[in-house]
Design a protein around this ligand. Structure first.
Ligand code: HGY
Ligand code: MN
Ligand code: MN
Length: 423
């Protein structure tokens, strides 16, 4: 897709970088943690305070604000006709999050709309910014839960019944923080969707490239694995008589790491959580609960990894005399973005004098859900040292503003995207 006429007419138009940075830093003052990041787990009070702040900024821009039944917030500048061009992301964080993951994309989208409003531009379509509930999935699995419900990928009732890692019920938490909205799910289908996000990986920095025109999002498989053995005395129980879940958890952790190394390519495997019970020095554990995060850009290879892990569990349960049960927490196939959106991002990035490369996303994003219902894509800016899901997550201001300007012109271009033209 070529750069849209509206964008061409206003190529000199750019965002107010100071205003964008002020908002990123103001939002980061809610639930700060050491190291400059945030802990704003989905549907906690801190998430509510962040939501409240964003809605106040949306209202300052005279947006129509909708809150849907899963708590997604959609701010719409109702100009022009038809379905909106939408951008957005999330403001919930992992427990040790940075200030840019998700928040940058939401605030850049708001900045784009405010810039257009102030410039007197009259897009032919509404422009919208979405804040999707529980993108991280850290508290309520799966990740991208809000955008999944938004596009009809999970029934609302099923989502409202999800139990958090702390035992809370999602629907009750929505009511408690006052974000059980009345707008129905699935939501308004955008004309097109584009998400701006930090890369959260090392590729752009390593290649000394400023912008990523994201081509796809890799497949994601999350499992909770519960290992039940026999609790016993650490001093009296001979090694040959043990059925030790802590040991089995360690074996699984080593196995999945070696599997990823052996498969190579984009294969990644992570044991992020290990809970041992009773978690005492002189007690052979009764139970261990771990989580597996397994990803690959190739669905067949992802399935291969999953089946090798399942086979390993069968052998291990037998040899160690333990019971291993699994629960799927998330399973999303790889998603390919719309060629026209990728093309548009790439052309605009170049037209604005940036280095740009096409690349897959290692992280999951709300855009991968919106891609189920409309032409979608993503724009990446570099993460310093490739670090994210870590309070020290950082992106240079010049890159943040460059990304926002590409978002501005991509959204304007997408207002003239012919939905019927070939992808
Ligand atoms: O898990 C992910 O990739 C995203 O951060 N939710
Ligand atoms: Mn994110
Ligand atoms: Mn994240």
């Amino acid at each position: 897709m070529a750069i849209g006429d509206l964008s061409k007419q206003h190529l000199s138009l750019s965002v107010d970088g100071d205003r964008l940075m002020r908002r990123i830093n103001s939002l980061a003052e809610i639930s700060p943690i050491d190291g400059g990041g945030n802990c704003r787990l989905a549907l906690t009070d801190d998430d509510k305070y962040g939501r409240d702040l964003l809605i106040s900024w949306m209202k300052d821009c005279n947006l129509d604000v909708l809150i849907d039944a899963i708590g997604n917030i959609i701010g719409i500048w109702n100009i022009g006709q038809g379905a909106p061009v939408m951008s957005g992301s999330h403001i919930d964080t992992v427990r040790t999050g940075g200030r840019f993951d998700g928040c940058y994309g939401v605030l850049a989208a708001l900045e784009v709309i405010e810039t257009c409003q102030q410039s007197g531009i009259k897009p032919s379509r509404p422009l919208a910014v979405g804040i999707f509930t529980d993108e991280e999935g850290s508290r309520f699995a799966p990740d991208m839960l809000g955008s999944l419900v938004y596009v009809g990928g999970m029934p609302l009732e099923q989502a409202l019944d999800v139990v958090a890692i702390d035992g809370a019920i999602l629907g009750e938490e929505l009511l408690r923080i006052g974000y059980a909205g009345t707008t129905p799910c699935p939501g308004l289908i955008p004309h097109a969707f584009v998400e701006l996000h930090i890369e959260q990986g090392p590729m752009l920095e390593a290649n000394n490239v400023r912008i990523g025109a994201v081509t796809s999002v890799q497949g994601i498989s999350w499992q909770e694995v519960v290992i039940t053995g026999q609790s016993n005395h650490a001093g009296t129980t001979p090694m040959s008589l043990r059925h030790d879940p802590a040991y089995v958890a360690a074996e699984i952790t080593v196995f999945v790491r070696n599997l990823a190394k052996q498969m190579g390519g984009h294969q990644v495997c992570t044991v992020g959580k290990i809970d041992i019970h009773p978690n005492l020095t002189n007690v052979v554990a009764a139970k261990a609960t771990i989580t597996l995060d397994v990803r690959n850009t190739d669905e067949i290879l992802l399935q291969k990894a999953e089946s090798q892990i399942a086979d390993f569990f069968v052998g291990l349960a037998k040899s160690e005399g333990v019971k291993i049960t699994t629960r799927q927490l998330a399973r999303f196939e790889p998603v390919i973005f719309d060629e026209r959106v990728i093309d548009c991002v790439e052309q605009i990035a170049k037209a604005q004098g940036n280095t740009v490369q096409r690349m897959p996303s290692g992280a999951g994003h709300d855009a991968q859900m919106l891609a189920r219902v409309c032409p979608s894509g993503m724009i990446f800016v570099p993460s310093v040292k490739g670090i994210s899901h870590n309070p020290s997550e950082f992106t240079e201001t010049i890159d943040l503003i460059a990304g926002a300007n590409i978002l501005l012109h991509t959204m304007l271009s997408l207002t003239t995207l012919d939905a019927d033209s070939d992808n």
